[in-house]
Design a binder for this molecule. Structure first.
Ligand SMILES: [Zn+2]
Length: 279
C-alpha cells in the first residue's frame, strides 16, 4: 500500500521527535522477526511473509484474539523477549520515537513454563541495549491480566515489584472487561500505588464507556500520571505545558465511542490550549 502523504510531509513526520504511550510490546514485532520464530517449528501454512500476512488477517475482535494467541505461541524462550524488546525499540527509534512506555503481559507466556521475573529481566536487557544504541528512553508497563483474577494479579504485582525503578514504571490491566470488571482489582491497585507504581487500565473497549467510568471510581489516581515524569521529560517543551504536568480533565480525553479509548494514555499533556478543567 502506498502512503497518501506527500513525501516531504511523511519524512517530516518520521523525523519529528515522538513519545509512544500505547504500544503492546508483543504486538509490535516486525513480520520478518516473527517469521524467524515460526520457522523453528515450521507451519506448512506459513512459510513466507505473504503467508504470514494472510494468516494474521482478521475481521472481528474474536478473530483478532485468535491471531494474537497463535502468534504469541511462537515466543517460548527468554531470549525471544530480549530480542523482541531490542528489535521493537530499535524500530521505534528509527521512526523518530524518543521515548516509549510499552505494555507487556508476562502471564501470557506461563504456558511455556516462563516465569514473570525472567521475562521482565529479558525484556529489560533488550530494551536497555536498544536504549544504549539509539538513545531511546523507555518505561515498561506490566499488564496484570484481568482474566487471571485478582489473586494472580496480586502475585504478579509482587513478582514485578523488585523492578520498579529498574525500568518498570507502571502496572496495567488488559483483558475481558465484562467478565473481570475493574473494581475486582481495587486492592491490587492500591498496593501498586503503595509500592510506587503508576497504574493504568484498558477500559471502555469491550464493556462500553461505563467500564472506564467505574475504573475512575475505584482508582482515580490511575488516570493521573500515565505520561510519567520520564516520558514528559522526553517531550518537546512546547508539548509539556508550562509546568510539565499531566492533564486530569476528562474532557481532554478522546471520546469513548467507536473503538473506545485505552487507559494506557488517558491523560494528554497539558498545553496552553488545554480545555477548561485541565488541572
Ligand atoms: Zn492496548
Amino acid at each position: 500500500m502506498t502512503s497518501p502523504l506527500d513525501p516531504a510531509l511523511a519524512r517530516a513526520l518520521r523525523e519529528a521527535p515522538k513519545v509512544e504511550l500505547h504500544l503492546h510490546l508483543d504486538g509490535a514485532m516486525s513480520l520478518p522477526w516473527l517469521l524467524e520464530r515460526i520457522r523453528r517449528r515450521p507451519d506448512p501454512a506459513v512459510r513466507t511473509l505473504a503467508g504470514l500476512r494472510s494468516r494474521l488477517r482478521y475481521r472481528s475482535f474474536a478473530e483478532f484474539i485468535e491471531r494474537w494467541v497463535w502468534k504469541c505461541g511462537f515466543l517460548d524462550r527468554y531470549a525471544d523477549f530480549e530480542s523482541l524488546a531490542e528489535s521493537v525499540l530499535g524500530d521505534l527509534a528509527g521512526q523518530g520515537v524518543v521515548h516509549v512506555e510499552p505494555s507487556f503481559s508476562p502471564g501470557d507466556y506461563e504456558r511455556h513454563g516462563l516465569e514473570t521475573p525472567g521475562l521482565v529481566e529479558a525484556v529489560l536487557r533488550g530494551a536497555n541495549r536498544a536504549s544504549r544504541e539509539t538513545g531511546i528512553g523507555f518505561g515498561l508497563v506490566i499488564d496484570l491480566i484481568r482474566d487471571h483474577g485478582p489473586a494472580v494479579a496480586a502475585r504478579r504485582l509482587a513478582a514485578v515489584s523488585p523492578y520498579r525503578g529498574e525500568g518498570v514504571v507502571a502496572v496495567g490491566l488488559g483483558g475481558s472487561e465484562p467478565a473481570y470488571p475493574a473494581p475486582l482489582f481495587a486492592e491490587v491497585f492500591a498496593e501498586a500505588a503503595r509500592l510506587g507504581f503508576h497504574r493504568t487500565a484498558h477500559a471502555g473497549e469491550a464493556a462500553g464507556p461505563g467500564s472506564g467510568r467505574s475504573g475512575r471510581r475505584w482508582t482515580p489516581s490511575a488516570w493521573s500520571g500515565s505520561a510519567t515524569a520520564s516520558a514528559r521529560s522526553r517531550m518537546p517543551p512546547s508539548s509539556r505545558g508550562s509546568r510539565g504536568r499531566a492533564c486530569r480533565s476528562r474532557s481532554a480525553r478522546p471520546p469513548t465511542s467507536g473503538r473506545g479509548w485505552c487507559g494506557a494514555t488517558p491523560d494528554t499533556p497539558c498545553r496552553d490550549s488545554s480545555p477548561p478543567g485541565c488541572a
